[in-house]
Ligand binder design. Sequence first.
Ligand SMILES: *Cc1c(COP(=O)(O)O)cnc(C)c1O
Length: 497
Amino acid sequence: MMNISYQSTRGGEQGVTASQAILKGLACDGGLFMPDRIPRLELSMKELAGKTYQETAYEVMKLFLTDFTKEELKACIDGAYDSKFDTEVIAPLVKADGAYYLELFHGSTIAFKDMALSILPHLMTTAARKNHMDKEIVILTATSGDTGKAAMAGFADVPGTRIIVFYPKDGVSRIQEIQMVTQKGDNTAVVAIHGNFDDAQTGVKQIFGDKEFAKELEEKGFVFSSANSINIGRLVPQVVYYVYAYAQLLNNGEIQDGEKINVTVPTGNFGNILAAYLAKHMGVPIDKLICASNDNKVLYDFFRTGTYDRKRDFLLTISPSMDILISSNLERLIYLSAGCDGEKTAALMDDLARTGAYTVSGDMRERMKDFVGGFATEQEDREAIKEVYQNTGYVMDTHTGVACAVYGKYRQESGDPRKTVIASTASPYKFSRSVMEAIRGEGLPEDEFQVIDLLSQASGVEIPQAVEEIRKAPIRHTRECGREEMKRTVEEILGLL
Ligand SMILES: *Cc1c(COP(=O)(O)O)cnc(C)c1O
């Protein structure tokens, strides 16, 4: 097998092994790591059709993480995709109302972030061992609500690691917040920042880019890494479920071998849909990648016009995990579409940082034509949830609702008859109030857990363990900070002051 090495999207770092890229998170020039080529699957889709999730994961991940041994990678996979998931198939595909919902929320924190964050700690500690790392790894994470909890669940009490999570104080659902502030583990810290997700993400990136701070930390025995989807160790595990979904459709006789499908993904930071794009380039017969946004429709405008413009109001919606104006992983698509030209990518990212916008060339747009942008308003989101529930009894969450609404509009406008997989990114229980409002209208009880009980009656789906365990859990984290105080807060938490 040929080794794959990693390079920065901004051209300033090359020849990095997979394990080093996972440890570092972000490249030293502020760019994101990308493999030097996208490998092709070694097995046909027919051969993959009979494989378990874990076997599929191995077939996909070994092609990217070429400096991990077979034993190492298999141990990581087996440690991640086990009984923490409430179903043996890990990512079930449910047919409802003419679409296939790829349910990515059966892990311990009931959002799709578990798909990658249950394996990232294993990949990272293995990478640390391989690279003879003697420092304590400090995971810094900005979250729009789901990453934070999933990352803490993965890293809690993992020896040699600490994790610090920043979330927007008024920008997450009640359940998301309770999940985070009740997190156990002596190595976990949670901070509510007085700002939105973009502020949190920008602050974390600034801390990563602070060379002097990094040096100071190193002397104290710490090194930073990231659990955000800028880490290639998040992206690679996410490719797996798109390969698995196609294999399941084939296995169940829903499609012919080689038949192309569309994929619709509710999108925020562009990590999930980028994984689908990589799956396509590995050989999975995917036609269109439909990028679904909520009212923060910066990506919809980008695919329509070629200009990415974040200079607009940040809106808080009922799909908070997609409330994002700076989609970090889009940089990886920009890089690929620029023919892997680091200089060109760096110049565009510089435009974004300086002016709040950039425009890509016609050539680059041509190379992005597999993507179709769409968006759904809150009202369209609610209607989609209600309609599928009334037609089939199937209840989806508010993020999946955005994808469902966008897919419906796309299908009507384009007449494209292809079958579609809709990435179902969270359990409806995580957004129970908004989901019940969509189904029942106003007038729900004040108490969040009473709403959960109503949802259970409406959906007939058992209340997940993740919800039961926070009903009475004590609050362990109350820290807050201003946008400008993130670095100081990190110093405080690490005991450096
Ligand atoms: C994170 C998240 C998204 C957005 O995924 P990206 O990879 O950031 O585009 C969508 N839905 C839910 C529920 C999420 O947690």
